[in-house]
Ligand binder design. Structure first.
Ligand SMILES: [Ca+2]
Ligand SMILES: [Ca+2]
Length: 220
């Protein structure tokens, strides 16, 4: 009789736990890929992965409430379809943040991955991996997710990661593929400074061979 009562109690408890609605838990990550444009400029592309059990509707990048962390002003900002971007700053010594907000129908679903967030700037990936000049113990890439619009919920604070760059991923799409060879040759024949692949200060046929050698070695 006793074990029957216990079993029944466990069963009732289990039903109670099961029937309590789960609180929406934001979770996810963001990975930044940086590509050198030459002349001290970099193109950054960010991919977001939703590993929580609710949507992600805002990515407020390099920001926490009251502080923005990017050392240089972001330019040429791009957004995935249905998302809009706003640069946030309080002026020096504050840095810059980028707030990307989705239309209600464009939020990243549970289990989803979304790329297409991008910006240019003069901060090398090694700089972006470090701490903020205006907050020396806080990583520059400290950012927030919100379920919908900013401040509509407590949000999730996280630090975006920097994916080690692959120099032969010339079009910066995250994969090494034959299109990178053509993209490199286009840069080379257009006289782009970054086509000095062997970094000897001149653009010469040696750069083409250096690129092809590195291409066939592959990405780290
Ligand atoms: Ca590529
Ligand atoms: Ca060269």
């Amino acid at each position: 009789v006793r074990s029957f009562t216990l079993a029944r109690a466990v069963c009732v408890l289990g039903l109670m736990v099961w029937s309590v609605p789960a609180l929406a838990a934001l979770n996810g990550s963001a990975a930044l890929r940086s590509q050198s444009l030459g002349a001290g400029q970099y193109r950054n592309q960010v991919t977001v992965q939703n590993t929580g059990d609710t949507t992600i509707g805002t990515l407020w990048f390099a920001w926490i409430p009251g502080q923005n962390y990017l050392p240089s002003q972001p330019t040429n900002i791009v957004s995935p379809p249905g998302w809009t971007a706003l640069v946030t700053t309080a002026g020096a010594p504050d840095g810059y943040g980028i707030r990307w907000t989705a239309n209600a129908s464009s939020r990243i679903p549970v289990g989803g991955t979304l790329s297409g967030f991008g910006f240019d700037g003069s901060d090398a990936p090694a700089v972006l991996s470090g701490n903020a000049p205006n907050a020396p113990t806080t990583p520059i890439l400290t950012s927030f997710f919100y379920i919908g619009n900013a401040f509509g919920d407590p949000g999730l604070r996280f630090v975006a990661s920097v994916v080690p760059p692959c120099p032969v991923d010339w079009d910066g799409n995250g994969t090494r593929q034959p299109a990178d060879i053509f993209a490199f040759l286009t840069s080379y024949f257009n006289g782009e400074a970054r086509a000095d692949f062997n970094a000897n200060g001149t653009r010469e046929p040696g750069d083409i061979f250096a690129f092809l050698t590195a291409y066939f070695v592959g990405c780290p």
